[in-house]
Design a protein around this ligand. Structure first.
Ligand code: NDP
Ligand code: MG
Length: 408
């Protein structure tokens, strides 16, 4: 079975060749960590890109600044209460503005050569899915939509012919390591994990971790949700599920290795014993530039990798006892059906509760586990084949997680 991702790998013969007119972009999540890095890459490549539309959540002032800096045609905020700030911020600059879910969808569907999906969380599913269903090439940073509704998203891409470019660093490295070969040729795909701030901590110390400690990632500067997911290692679990859908590989051929230096991002092993790895400095500007210019190459602004300066690249197995969230995600991937969707929904509530000081770090994984068990007992974990089915499980998981929190 051919996947859109493999077709995109062979797109050297297609319309995606970067030359001539500027490439028109839409950026969903323009005010976030990935969105800001996209702006850096774009400003570093004058004349190569035109910004058709930018989308933010509720920070109208910062979206306005980005829209002016990137000369965007249209800027939309999801939260209608941010409209005034956005409108005032772009006054006199000829930027069209909008607010609310319809404006976000309008932005996602504007004529563009590439849509960057970089909203945080499953709220990114609707506009990302709209762009994919409309046949746009989509660079996917936002992993939660794939974890929530992977079957629906990838089948929409096949139906519309949309190309999906993996922007998440591990998946981007694997995509590059595949080099256009069919993903079915790989006997194993390995994602690396930095191990997060608690990599070498004892279980007792991890259990007592504070919010400030969990937010202090050693290698990457990212938005709060993914930073907490990196501390629990849930992020790596979500990424396994993401890889399963993106590359259509079965769970038993996916693997995680802890690699504290975050220089090797992903590896592909072939039947003859060859292993091709993707290396780069830990800077999202590299996979962003790869996706924005694909299949061309442009300067990203990231520092060059100097292996002698790095000195050592080390690897270790993940410890599933100290990081139970990764164990839960691996089990959800193996179990399939609605389990990944439930895991993702419950995890969003658990992480938000931790960030709001409602629960401790040690409570995140048990909350997710209890929700999945409840949904399994209620027979609510059938495989979601449509976005609607996936969102039904997602909201049920969220509601159950909220109900459990309310009991505490
Ligand atoms: P941030 O929290 O930094 O940014 C989130 C972005 O989403 C902001 O632009 C925010 O707008 C916007 N947003 C929030 N809610 C909505 C909404 N309802 N509708 C529209 N936009 C909304 O997140 P990151 O940039 O760190 O991560 C984005 C995605 O990319 C995540 O799925 C993450 O897992 C993935 N990713 C991130 C990496 C990183 O290095 N940061 C690496 C790999 C993947 P506003 O600020 O205005 O509210
Ligand atoms: Mg990643």
């Amino acid at each position: 079975m051919k996947r859109s991702i493999e077709q995109s790998a062979a797109a050297g013969n297609g319309a995606a060749v970067f030359s001539g007119p500027p490439r028109r972009l839409v950026i969903l999540g323009a005010t976030g960590s990935i969105g800001r890095s996209c702006a850096d890459v774009i400003l570093n490549a004058p004349g190569r890109f035109e910004i058709e539309a930018l989308v933010g959540g509720r920070d109208g002032a910062s979206l306005a600044k980005t829209a002016i800096a990137l000369r965007a045609r249209f800027a939309a905020v999801a939260d209608p209460t941010a409209y005034g700030e956005l409108k005032a911020g772009v006054a006199g600059h000829g930027v069209e503005v909008g607010a609310g879910p319809e404006a976000v969808t309008e932005a996602a569907l504007r004529e563009a050569d590439l849509v960057v999906a970089a909203i945080a969380g499953t709220v990114g599913l609707a506009p990302t899915y709209a762009a994919i269903a409309a046949g746009r090439t989509v660079a996917l940073a936002n992993k939660e939509p794939l974890v929530c509704a992977g079957a629906a998203v990838t089948s929409a891409a096949r139906a519309s012919g949309a190309k999906l470019l993996p922007l998440d660093s591990e998946h981007n490295a694997i995509f590059q390591a595949l080099g256009g070969r069919n993903a079915a040729d790989a006997v194993r795909m390995t994602l690396t994990a930095s191990g997060g701030p608690f990599r070498d901590w004892s279980l007792e110390r991890i259990n007592a971790a504070t919010k400030a400690e969990a937010l202090a990632h050693p290698n990457w500067s990212m938005g709060p949700k993914i930073t907490i997911d990196s501390a629990t290692l849930m992020n790596k679990g979500l990424e396994l599920i993401e890889a399963h859908h993106l590359f259509s590989v079965p769970p038993e051929r996916l693997d995680v290795v802890v690699h504290p230096q975050s220089v090797v991002h992903g590896l592909v092993s072939f039947a003859d014993g060859s292993v091709i790895a993707g290396l780069a400095m830990p800077d999202m500007k590299t996979p962003i530039a790869h996706c924005l210019a694909y299949p061309d190459r442009i300067a990203s602004g990231a520092s060059a990798l100097d292996l002698a300066a790095v000195g050592q690249l080390t690897f270790q197995r993940p410890d599933l006892d100290r990081f139970p969230a990764l164990r839960l995600a691996m089990a959800a991937l193996r179990d399939g059906g609605g389990a990944p969707t439930a895991l993702n929904g419950a995890n969003e509530v658990a992480v938000a509760a931790f960030l709001a000081d409602r629960i401790g770090f040690r409570d995140i994984a048990p909350l997710v586990e209890t929700v999945i068990m409840q949904l399994a007992r209620a027979d609510e974990l059938a495989t979601p084949t449509s976005v609607e089915d996936a969102l039904a499980i997602h909201h049920s998981a969220r509601d159950r997680a909220e109900a459990l929190l309310a009991k505490n």
